[in-house]
Design a protein around this ligand. Structure first.
Ligand code: C5P
Length: 337
């Protein structure tokens, strides 16, 4: 009997890129937030066999079938961890954009883990789950937590944050994919930031802005300040919790470093962000390394109106909202009929 899991998307509320590490990854700090848009991942396990095999299919021909697929690697890891052998079949109903900055393939991998646990009626230890997830990809662990999550290290060190108010959002899907490794390489090449720092000698370093690790520190301070303010109840000026949080988010200047490289190369994304702002978004940003751009709204109606505004201007967009941790975890498994 196959099991179906909703594989939800994430957005990044701010992202600071730190130094490149000897292992080829970059230090980063970000706040991930899961949202209601999702793929569907169907998983079944055939009879026990001498060794495990994994087959990945999708209605979207661009989804890789073999071991380059995160679901393939996750299935192999989880079967091994349980000491089980069998043929695992995974079918991905792809609805999220590929290379869209919404964590689609990482989320698909986390959904595969949840599905296999459900099918085998066994659960891995929480620490083992996270360790397997981080081997599969930097963005996978966040999808084992859900809700608002602080990500550090290469993004794989995840810390659950208190739930943010349930904010309405609009995701705009420009028709281009962005390669994350390429975006990191482009960041390193930026003359006035990372690139200058990499070759910095004492006289040059005076010209650079923040050293890369300070950049992460100052981002963490900004995020703490943003989250630390009281956003409870309705303020004297009649703002609700979502509106107050939105306003503070804009005031603190939380931003995504990837915009500095991605917008240079894809100027059409600057227009998408501008149209999203014009449509009434309180805060707009690239998600991850893009190409998706999101806008936050203080009401569902405002978000729905914005979708119409964007679509009239030829930009694909969908409205959604933040998923709390409880909602995220509860809604993952699709009830069997
Ligand atoms: O971990 P994941 O497989 O998603 O990373 C894909 C690639 O993105 C890495 O091989 C690396 O080139 C780049 N990356 C990075 N720093 C990070 C995360 C990813 O340079 N923090």
């Amino acid at each position: 009997m196959p099991v179906t899991v909703r594989s939800f998307a994430k957005i990044n509320i701010g992202l600071a890129i730190g130094p490149a590490r000897p292992d080829g990854f970059h230090e980063l700090a970000t706040v991930y937030q899961t949202i209601g848009l999702h793929d569907l991942v169907h998983v079944s396990i055939g009879r026990a066999a001498a060794s495990s095999s994994v087959e990945v299919t999708s209605q979207d021909a661009r989804v890789p079938a073999g071991e380059t697929n995160t679901c393939w690697r996750m299935a192999m890891e989880v079967m091994r961890a349980f000491g089980r052998r069998g043929s695992v079949k995974i079918d991905i109903d792809k609805r999220l954009p590929l290379q869209g900055g919404l964590g689609g393939s990482s989320s698909n991998a986390a959904a595969t883990l949840v599905a296999i646990e459900h099918l085998l009626r066994k659960e891995l230890d929480a620490a083992d789950r996270l360790q397997i997830a981080e081997r599969v990809g930097s963005d996978v662990p966040l999808f084992l937590v859900g809700g608002a999550v602080l990500g550090t290290g290469r993004g794989e060190q995840v810390f659950p944050l208190p739930d943010l108010p349930k904010m309405a959002c609009v995701i705009a899907f420009p028709e281009c994919g962005i390669s994350t490794p390429q975006a990191f390489r482009d960041w390193d090449e930026l003359p006035t930031r990372a690139g200058a720092r990499r070759t910095a000698n004492p006289s040059q370093s005076k010209l650079t802005e923040d050293p890369p690790s300070d950049r992460i520190k100052s981002f963490s301070r900004t995020i703490s300040a943003w989250l630390g303010r009281s956003h409870t109840g309705v303020s004297a000026r009649g703002r609700n919790r979502a509106e107050a949080l939105l306003l503070d988010l804009v005031r603190t200047g939380i931003a995504n470093d990837f915009e500095q490289v991605v917008f240079l190369q894809r100027p059409e994304l600057v227009r998408v962000k501008r149209v999203l702002k014009q449509s009434g978004a309180g805060y707009t940003s690239l998600s991850g390394s893009g190409s998706s751009i999101f806008g936050l709204f203080s009401s569902t109606t405002a978000a729905q109106d914005a979708v119409v505004h964007l679509q009239r201007r030829g930009i694909k967009a969908r409205a959604s909202s933040f998923l709390s941790r409880e909602e995220y975890q509860r809604r993952m498994l699709v009830a069997q009929k």
